[in-house]
Design a protein around this ligand. Structure first.
Ligand SMILES: *Cc1c(COP(=O)(O)O)cnc(C)c1O
Length: 842
């Protein structure tokens, strides 16, 4: 095959060259020819776009070469199916991965432009809610960095997660118009569009060979158009593809309707088709049984499977080997309808018989479970499901029939077990249990932290564990150290590199070498200075944007994550009130100054979570303005928590709040990002906290609270929150402060729903954990006073966090589940960048 990249290209071609002069020329070209602007009339966004295109040009060699290599060599490929990809801004990440950060910074400076300013300009693609979507983003980063052939498949939502504003202390949601100024990182591929069917009915017929067939006669057909974004690995040539699908009407006009004169009817139909990928559902850890959401899931799954089949055909590979060519990972149950859709494609469109199709299907899929919360387990009513996907309903019934026969053989005369395990919940209105379909249709099932995987086997998926023990495994989550250390905390990254070289960036276990410097007082000083400087940066940001002054010498105590009762932001709030009460009672109390920072969005329909935001802001109003506090206590709710902002926040933390009720947080990944940046954790024995504590050492972790087992026991024994309220004076005082209207301008009703929920139910056991939590917080305050010891604990967190690189997670998936191999992509010498440019200037 002829190389797609001509060999005789000039070394410093304007489109690819990487010295300062060439970059400047390319930038001006793009400003002129793409943005159609000249400097005098350019906005900051024009400059950002011109730079983005300049950088994109320098990705293309690698991207196209990767595509060509994969096409030629046809390697086994990972298809990561996820309804969410919370990517964060691309520009900085691509500059870092290309090794062009500093040279581009210099080029921009020569124009009088600040790179930081331009980076700030990028509107991030918020195509996810929180941890699950961010995990998908970390995983495609690691896949590319580890040079593994992979495609990320998802949905190109026109509106991503809403922007959050705070008005009068309440969350207000603003639509996220992220595509308003165009997206320079994606390439639309209208020539690769596919069709997806919805609704209608099925018909059976027997062909001339006497074979039985089913045909799906849909009610409507929607077009799926792929939009591709290159995902370059860190200083590799492998640039994988993130392929997101947009829904469009099949023709811009329905000519039949048009000819009948129903012009508006046909336009309406077009807009209904496009509705499918209009907006991301903003729920995290809970699902809403909305038909449109189900249609979104099917839409992207069907496009993706058809796309994979098309690729195999283009490579002259037989579909009999589909499972050898693709390993498909289901990121939670959202894409699980893929099990039925692959069966349909093989049975109805490619004439496989059932057993052959089922054999291929069950060797293709692997399922990652992300939650134990019952409200998050997806189930679709049979009526709704059948009205959109009549053929898939038939297939699922057939899968279930055969599956239950298998269960009957393995566990004879066990009717309850059959009812529990059935893919169809028949206890009332009938539902499809998506997790059951995923378990039956996959060859591997994993949880996302050791405790979570154990609890799955013991509780939620216990029957499936007994049925198929060999399918179960654990892959503890990880996060990418490129974005969350090198890019977001260059001061720390540069200090580390100065001490141990730079290979830690792709081999995070090497951070262990930092332990050698634990008692090197110069290193400790520098390490401390880095933290202080980063805290000062955040303090400056807060002064500029919130007009609040915070003291960078105070302990920065940060809880940043989606707002949810199980994550217990209100437990944190109770501690703040407790500290406040203590100072009020004794204004000269010797307290360790603290700045409490919160960030996070609440699902728009989740009333209690929104009330928690209001409570935090109300406490902040009182505490920040009470002269008795003498600036020893500050509380700030930072609005619109997203990846861009996360990159600013994680590096600045002294203390990371990971205080979920034990047994509720599947893994958490925020906990890893904080710890990587030297924050100490105050946390429960939940999710990955347990494993973090194990590696950083229990003496470097602030542990409190009930264990998952104790939580269950307490509930079984008849938990009564009043017992705690009545017997704990500080707790009572804190709660009474709220109920008296002290934080609500005298209104005793404002927070009543929240207090009632705590006092009468308290399903997340805040009151039971309160005493243990405040005692632990008091230990934190004491520990922070011995700054040298604190710094050593902080250094040990960084030094021992290697396990939580998403590179390790991906290696686990590769070895235990996917069985794929790396495939190195070669590009011509000239298009390789300088490298040696890891130390990002700031
Ligand atoms: C990491 C991350 C999360 C997940 O945080 P948890 O603390 O694990 O819930 C959510 N949102 C953003 C923007 C993140 O970067």
């Amino acid at each position: 095959m002829v190389s797609i990249v001509p060999n005789n290209i000039q070394i410093e071609d304007d489109r690819t060259g990487i010295n300062v002069e060439t970059l400047k020329r390319a930038f001006l070209d793009n400003l002129f020819y793409i943005q159609a602007k000249f400097p005098k009339i350019s906005t900051k966004n024009d400059y950002y776009m011109a730079l983005a295109y300049t950088v994109r040009d320098r990705l293309l060699n690698r991207w196209l070469q990767t595509t060509q290599t994969y096409l030629e060599k046809a390697p086994r490929t990972v298809a990561y199916l996820s309804a969410e990809f919370l990517m964060g801004p691309h520009l900085g990440n691509n500059l870092m991965n290309l090794g062009l950060y500093n040279v581009v910074k210099q080029a921009m400076e020569e124009f009088g432009l600040g790179l930081t300013d331009l980076l700030e300009q990028e509107e991030e693609p918020g195509l996810g809610n929180g941890g699950l979507g961010r995990l998908a983003a970390c995983y495609i980063d690691s896949l590319a960095t580890l040079e593994i052939p992979a495609i990320g498949y998802g949905i190109r939502y026109e509106y991503g997660i809403f922007d959050q504003e705070i008005k009068n202390g309440w969350q207000v949601e603003i639509t996220d118009k992220w595509l308003r100024y165009g997206n320079p990182w994606e390439v639309p591929r209208p020539e690769a569009e596919l069709e997806v069917k919805f609704g209608g009915h099925t018909e059976n017929y027997t062909d001339e060979h006497g074979r039985y067939h089913v045909q799906w006669i849909p009610f409507k057909v929607v077009k799926g158009v792929p939009y591709d974004t290159p995902i370059l690995g860190f200083q590799t040539n492998n640039a994988n593809t993130l392929r997101l699908w947009k829904a469009e009407a099949p023709e811009s006009f329905d000519f039949e309707a048009f000819n009948k004169g129903d012009y508006f009817g046909s336009v309406q139909e077009k807009s209904e088709c496009e509705n499918i990928t209009k907006v991301l559902y903003p729920n995290d850890d809970s699902y809403q049984g909305k038909q449109l959401r189900l249609e979104q899931q099917f839409f992207f799954v069907s496009c993706s499977l058809q796309d994979m089949i098309r690729m195999m055909k283009a490579q002259n590979l037989t579909l009999e080997r589909f499972h050898e060519h693709f390993a498909i990972q289901l990121n939670d149950t959202h894409p699980t309808i893929a099990v039925a859709e692959l069966m349909r494609l093989l049975l109805d469109e490619h004439q496989f018989d059932w057993d052959k199709a089922w054999n291929i299907t069950t060797k293709t899929f692997a399922y990652t479970n992300h939650t134990l919360l019952p409200e998050a387990l997806e189930r679709w009513s049979i009526n709704m499901f059948g009205s959109s996907f009549p053929r898939h309903l038939q297939i699922i019934y057939e899968i279930n029939l055969r599956f239950l026969d298998e269960v009957r053989i393995k566990f004879p005369d066990d009717g309850n077990r059959l009812r529990r395990m059935s893919i169809i919940d028949e206890s009332g209105e009938r539902y499809i249990r998506m997790a059951h379909l995923a378990c039956v249709g996959s060859f591997a099932i994993n949880g996302v932290a050791e405790l979570h995987s154990e609890l799955l086997k013991k509780t939620t998926l216990h029957d499936f564990y007994e049925m198929y023990p060999e399918k179960f495994t654990n892959v503890t989550n990880g996060v990418t150290p490129r974005r969350f250390m090198v890019l977001s905390n260059p001061r720390l990254a540069n200090l580390i590199t100065k001490k141990i070289g730079d290979s830690w960036v792709t081999n995070l276990d090497e951070l262990r070498k930092l332990e050698t410097f634990l008692y090197d007082s110069d290193f400790c000083k520098e390490f401390h200075q880095v933290k202080q400087d980063v805290k000062q940066d955040l303090a400056n940001y807060i002064r500029t944007n919130y007009n609040i002054t915070i003291d960078p010498n105070s302990l920065f105590d940060i809880q940043a994550k989606r707002i949810h009762e199980y994550k217990r932001q209100h437990l944190n709030a109770l501690y703040i009130i407790t500290l406040y009460n203590r100072i009020k009672a004794n204004p000269n109390l010797d307290v360790t100054p603290r700045t409490f920072l919160f960030g996070g969005k609440a699902a728009p329909g989740y009333y209690m979570a929104k009330l928690i935001i209001k409570l935090i802001n109300s406490i902040a109003d009182v505490v920040n303005h009470d002269p008795d506090m003498r600036d020893r206590l500050k509380v700030i709710f930072l609005k619109d928590y997203n990846v861009k902002f996360a990159q600013r926040v994680y590096p600045a933390a002294d203390l990371s709040e990971q205080i979920s009720t034990a047994g509720k947080e599947a893994s958490g990944t925020g906990n890893m990002k904080f710890s990587m940046n030297g924050a100490l954790t105050i946390g429960t024995l939940d999710g990955a906290n347990i494993e973090i504590r194990e590696v950083v050492g229990e003496e470097n972790f602030f542990l409190f609270g009930l264990t998952a087992e104790e939580v269950l026991q307490k509930k079984a024994a008849g938990y009564n929150p009043w017992d705690y309220y009545n017997s704990n004076p500080e707790l009572k005082l804190a709660i009474d402060r709220i109920s008296s209207g002290f934080f609500s301008h005298g209104d005793p009703n404002l927070f009543k729903p929240l207090l009632d929920s705590l006092l009468y139910r308290d399903q997340y056991l805040l009151l039971a954990d309160y005493q243990s939590y405040i005692e632990c917080q008091d230990r934190v305050s004491q520990a922070y006073r011995d700054r040298e010891q604190w710094i050593r604990m902080s250094i040990l967190n960084v030094a021992r966090i290697g396990k939580f690189s998403s590179d390790r997670s991906i290696r686990d998936y590769v070895q235990n589940i996917w069985k794929v191999s790396a495939l190195k992509v070669e590009v011509p010498e000239y298009s390789q960048s300088t490298n040696g440019d890891l130390k990002l200037s700031y």
